[in-house]
Design a protein around this ligand. Structure first.
Ligand code: SF4
Length: 363
């Protein structure tokens, strides 16, 4: 994605054991994240989208080692994060911060804003009392809050103001990289745009790098330089944001995007309704993980995990997309249109008729 990445995630795996019985024996694993790879260049934003439960939040937390990865690697500024001891990890964490979804639950109600902001500065031994105060005032000012907030408690603020305080808590440590985990989804619609614009301004002013996790595809398009789409613990498609929104290739991406309303007639898509539930991440289907819900699934999809196909930085894991790209000599736009038309046609048919014959889009 870039010659100069700040964050490199390489085949990251985070599995959680499933225990049962008196002895709490491990009887399986929830494969929350299973072989995720991407990189984020300095000053860029990668949007990570997918349905709830697809593993995107676990990716963000695994990068910061708030949950322990079970495999793969994460490198920040060239340094491997999983291998660090506690002291090294603390130093890295100052440079990598997270803003959580819930501005109500993420701020300690028993601490003043001063206590909340100063805690990280004390842990990281940043400055004396006067310098810490200067840093806290500066962080609040950057998020549109006044220094008067310092002596007040979280419950005295609105949801939007609390999220600004949460952002100030991350900024006070002067990080380079922020994981923004659904940072606006708990806010009133009326103030979501203000917080999104604040995040964009801060990125420009401070040269920050973001991993922006969200299920809101319109916001992700606005904020992101690149976008990755996750399904059941894996990335199924990744591209430059403009390219992905113009010509999505993966059937799951198409279904997701078809639900986004648009006032632009050229961007309006026929709604593609997926049937069936997302399979359990403790027992993902063999072959393509999306095949039980995919209207274009063929016999190969049920047996063989689709490998990565990349064309001009547009990456997709899909047998049909790979074949169509080869047949269309890499004309992404034409392939996206063909797959979209086939999806609409197949999803309109009864389930028993939906799967096209192997080797054709059935058009
Ligand atoms: Fe998966 Fe096959 Fe559907 Fe592609 S066409 S998404 S490989 S099931």
């Amino acid at each position: 994605m870039s010659a100069d990445p700040l964050v490199v995630v390489d085949r990251l795996q985070t599995h959680f054991p499933v225990r049962r019985g008196l002895l709490r024996r491990v009887i399986g694993n929830v494969q929350a994240v299973d072989g995720v790879s991407f990189s984020i260049a300095k000053r860029r934003t990668l949007g990570l989208v997918g349905e709830s439960g697809c593993g995107k939040t676990t990716v963000g937390r695994s990068i910061l080692r708030l949950v322990e990865p079970t495999g793969g690697d994460v490198r920040f500024a060239g340094v491997s994060v999983p291998g660090r001891n506690a002291a090294d990890l603390r130093a890295l964490r100052r440079r990598m911060q997270i803003v959580f979804q819930d501005p109500y639950g993420s701020l300690n109600p028993r601490m003043t804003v001063r206590g909340i902001l100063e805690e990280g500065l004390v842990i990281h031994r940043m400055g004396d009392a006067q310098e810490r105060l200067t840093r806290m005032r500066r962080a609040l000012d950057r998020t549109g809050m006044t220094a008067g907030a310092l002596e007040r408690y979280p419950h005295e603020f609105s949801g939007g103001q609390r999220q600004r305080i949460a952002i100030a808590r991350a900024l006070v440590l002067e990080p380079e990289f922020l994981v923004l985990d659904e940072p606006i989804s708990a806010l009133d619609v009326s103030i979501q745009a203000q917080v999104v614009n604040l995040l964009v301004e801060l990125r420009e002013q401070l040269g920050l790098t973001y991993l922006f996790i969200s299920h809101d595809l319109s916001v992700v398009e606005y904020v992101s330089d690149d976008v990755a789409v996750m399904y059941l613990g894996r990335i199924v498609e990744r591209a430059d944001a403009a390219a992905l929104y113009r010509a999505p290739l993966h059937p799951y991406t198409l279904a997701l995007f078809s639900a986004v309303p648009s006032i632009d007639p050229a961007r309006r898509r026929r709604r593609i309704l997926l049937t069936g539930d997302v399979p359990s991440p403790s027992r993902p289907p063999r072959g393509c993980r999306f095949h039980p819900r995919c209207p274009l699934a063929e016999s190969v999809c049920r047996e063989v995990d689709p490998p990565e196909t990349t064309l001009d930085g547009h990456l997709v894991h899909c047998h049909v997309a790979a074949r169509e790209l080869e047949q269309a000599a890499g004309d992404v736009q034409a392939v996206a249109a063909r797959i979209a038309a086939a999806m609409v046609a197949a999803s309109a048919k009864p389930a028993s008729d939906a799967a096209p014959a192997s080797g054709t889009l059935g058009m």
